[in-house]
Design a protein around this ligand. Structure first.
Ligand code: C2E
Ligand code: MG
Ligand code: MG
Ligand code: MG
Length: 292
């Protein structure tokens, strides 16, 4: 009887695990189909210089438009797909499409914009990444320093030596490496010194809190000072208000990205948006909360 009881308990646990695995398998299947059916696209979010309002470039963000479920947020599907072999395939699709969009921008008269691309840990450590990147930069005639690869702290922390090596090989090619969501992982400030990243992106959680919470403001201010003292570039993410923008200016943050400047722009609206919001390389789109 005891055995049956245990067996029953185990079975319950087992079936809930199965349900989770099955959801993941189903999601992976749907995602593969979505890629074949062209249901993935990119949205591009502007990054501007805080002092001059010059448009620096864009971060490429994936979008999934499901024929029945509607828009599925990357916050929902990326974490799940990350533990499937399909993530790597999707990452390479994003990389290819981002570079294609940048090359079109360059031909349309925007030759000095950068593109920032998110990478999963799998792509970051994939042996064929440097070779593929080189080949793609060649094909699209893109100077390597126009391409920034974003990594999260959690992807980096798991194997520091490997992370340093990959960062170095990407930089030897001339590409830039950015640390995304800085401050949310386990890394300390001193860890920044070890890791050769060109750019640090302060997580939007700190930006959200900085006006009301002096501790968040202190963290933002000292991160900016440290990153600057190391000769790297610092970008604030999730900037939504004028007050945040001007405080970041006082702290001498280099660049900003967030709804205040623009929401991510669907790739098929990019030209139109750029034509109305950029003049002489400067972002003149309304820096106001109407963009919310
Ligand atoms: P992330 O790389 O940190 O991207 C920033 C996220 O913040 C984006 O969410 C963006 O839409 C959102 N955001 C930008 N400005 C504001 C703002 O002012 N306020 C608020 N509340 N949010 C803002 P999104 O597009 O939903 O992406 C979520 C995460 O999914 C990304 O975080 C990134 O980690 C991941 N992701 C997105 N696209 C890709 C991709 O192509 N490949 C990979 N591997 N991951 C991706
Ligand atoms: Mg990012
Ligand atoms: Mg981020
Ligand atoms: Mg994030």
């Amino acid at each position: 009887e005891a055995k049956a009881k245990n067996g029953g308990g185990f079975k319950l646990y087992d079936s809930s695990m199965n349900a989770k695995v099955m959801r993941k398998v189903e999601l992976e299947r749907e995602a593969r189909e979505a890629l074949r059916e062209h249901h993935f696209s990119l949205a591009l979010q502007p990054q501007i210089d805080i002092e001059t309002h010059r448009l620096r470039g864009f971060e490429a963000l994936i979008r999934w438009s499901h024929p029945i479920k509607g828009a599925i947020s990357p916050g929902e599907f990326i974490p799940m797909l990350e533990s499937t072999p399909f993530m790597l395939e999707l990452d390479y699709w994003v990389l290819n499409r981002s570079l294609r969009i940048l090359s079109e921008l360059r031909m349309a008269g925007y030759p000095d914009l950068k593109i920032a691309i998110n990478m999963s840990a799998a792509q970051f450590t994939d042996n064929s990444l440097p070779e593929y990147l080189k080949e793609q930069l060649d094909t699209f005639e893109i100077p390597p320093d126009m391409v920034e690869l974003e990594l999260t702290e959690t992807a980096l922390v798991s194997d520091m030596d490997l992370a340093v090596n990959v960062c170095q090989s990407l930089q030897e090619m001339g590409c830039l490496v950015a640390m995304d969501d800085f401050g949310t992982g386990y890394s300390s400030l001193s860890y920044l010194k070890e890791l050769p990243v060109n750019v640090v992106k302060i997580d939007q959680g700190f930006i959200r809190g900085m006006l009301d919470n002096p501790e968040d403001a202190n963290i933002v201010e000292s991160t900016i000072a440290l990153v600057r003292s190391l000769g790297r570039t610092v970008i604030a993410e999730g900037v939504e208000t004028h007050e945040q923008f001007s405080m970041l200016g006082q702290f001498q943050c280099h660049q900003a990205q967030g709804y205040l400047i623009s929401r991510p722009i669907p790739e098929n609206q990019l030209w139109e948006r750029l034509n109305e919001a950029v003049s002489d390389g400067v972002w003149i789109g309304a820096l106001d909360s109407q963009t919310l």
